[in-house]
Design a protein around this ligand. Sequence first.
Ligand code: PLP
Length: 407
Amino acid sequence: MKLDKKIFKLINLEKKRQQNTINLIASENYVSKNILKAQGSILTNKYAEGYYKKRYYAGCKYIDKIEYIAIKRAKKLFNADYVNVQPHSGSQANLAVYNAILKPGDTILSMKLTHGGHITHGSKVNISGKIYNSIFYELNKKENINYKQIKSLAIKYKPKLIIAGYSSFSKICNWKKFRKISNIINSYLLVDMSHIAGLIAAKLYPNPLKYAHIVTSTTHKTLAGPRGGLILSNIKNKSLYNKINKSIFPGTQGGPLMHIIACKAICFKEALSKKFIKYQKQIIKNAKCMVKIFNKNKFKIVSKKTQTHLFLINLKNKNISGYTAEKILNKANITVNKNYIPDDKKNSLKTSGIRIGTSAITKRGIKEKNSIYIAKLICKLLNNIENKKIIKNIKKKIKYICKKFPI
Ligand SMILES: *Cc1c(COP(=O)(O)O)cnc(C)c1O
C-alpha cells in the first residue's frame, strides 16, 4: 500500500507538535492505544442506520454486539437507565435532545455564553438560538451560579427547558437546586456534562442523572475517549427514551459511526477501572496546585478556586488580552485557549481571559511537582511578554518536560 505522503507527513508533524507541547486546553485529552486502534479500524466501512436488532442495513450482526456493549458499559458507569451512544458529537447530542422535547419557538433558559455557557445552549450564532427562544442566566457578583436569578427567570418566562452544565465553570453545581426550580414550572432539566463526565464517572463530582431528566455529554474531554457525543437518562420514561432515539435517527443524524461507538465502549471500560479514578483525582490535584501558584503571583482566578479539571484566569489586572496570552504561551510550546470572563468587554477573538485545564497533562503522567513548575513558567511568561530571551528559555524547559512525559 502506498501512503498518501502529503497527509501522512502532516499527521507526523502534528504528532510531533502534540509530543513537544504542554497542552492545557481544558477540552482536550489523549486517547489510549486501544481507542486509537479501534478508531482506525474497518468498522468505519459499515452502515448501521437504526438501533440494536432493528437496522436498515444487512450485515449488522457484530455491529449490534458492539453497540450493545457500549450502551451496557455506559449504563453501569453513569448509573443510567437509558443511553444513546450514537450522537456524533456533544453538539449533535444537544440538538437531538431539543428536537425531541421542544417545538420551534419554545423557550430555553441557559447560562450566558460569556459566563461559561456553550454555543449550543441557545446562542444566536447556533441553530439552537435560531429555532428556539433563549433566555440567559449569569454568574452572580461572586462568580457563582446565580440560583436566585435562575428561579426568578424561570417563573417569569416559563421555559420548557432549563440547561445546566458549562464549558468554563470551575466549581461544583448544585443539580438538586436546578431540579427544584424546574419542578416549580414543570420544565425539563438538561445537564450537559461534556466537560466533567470523567470526574462524574470517577464519583469526584455529583452525578446529575439523579436530578436531570436528560444528560448529554461528549466522550473526549475529561472522559478521555474518542471524539463523540452521548445522551443518558434515568427517569424511567420509555416514551421519552423513544423520542430521543427517534430524534437522533432519523431526526438529526443518518448512520452511526460504528468505529467511534467501539471506541466509546473501550473508553467506558477504561473509565470503570481503578486506574481511571486515580487519574481523575490527580487531574483535580494538579488544577488545584496550579491555582495556588497563580494566586501567589496575583493572577485572578474566576470564581476564586477550582474543584474540577479547569479554571479561568482573568487577565484584566495584567493588562493583556486572552488573545495575547494565548499567543505568547504558544510561542513557548504551551497551548491554552483564550476565553471570555464574566461580563467581558472584549470580543470573542480577543477576550480578557484564558482557560486552563489539566486533563491532558495529567494523562501524560504529570503530577503536582511539574504542574507547579509549569504554572510558575506561565506566570513568568505572562509577566514578561516582550522579553524574547525569556520566551526562548521557557520553551526549552517546556520541551524538556515534554520529553520526560511522552504521550
Ligand atoms: C464541548 C462542549 C460541547 C460540544 O461538544 P462538541 O463535541 O465539540 O460538539 C457541548 N456542551 C458543552 C458544555 C461543551 O463543553
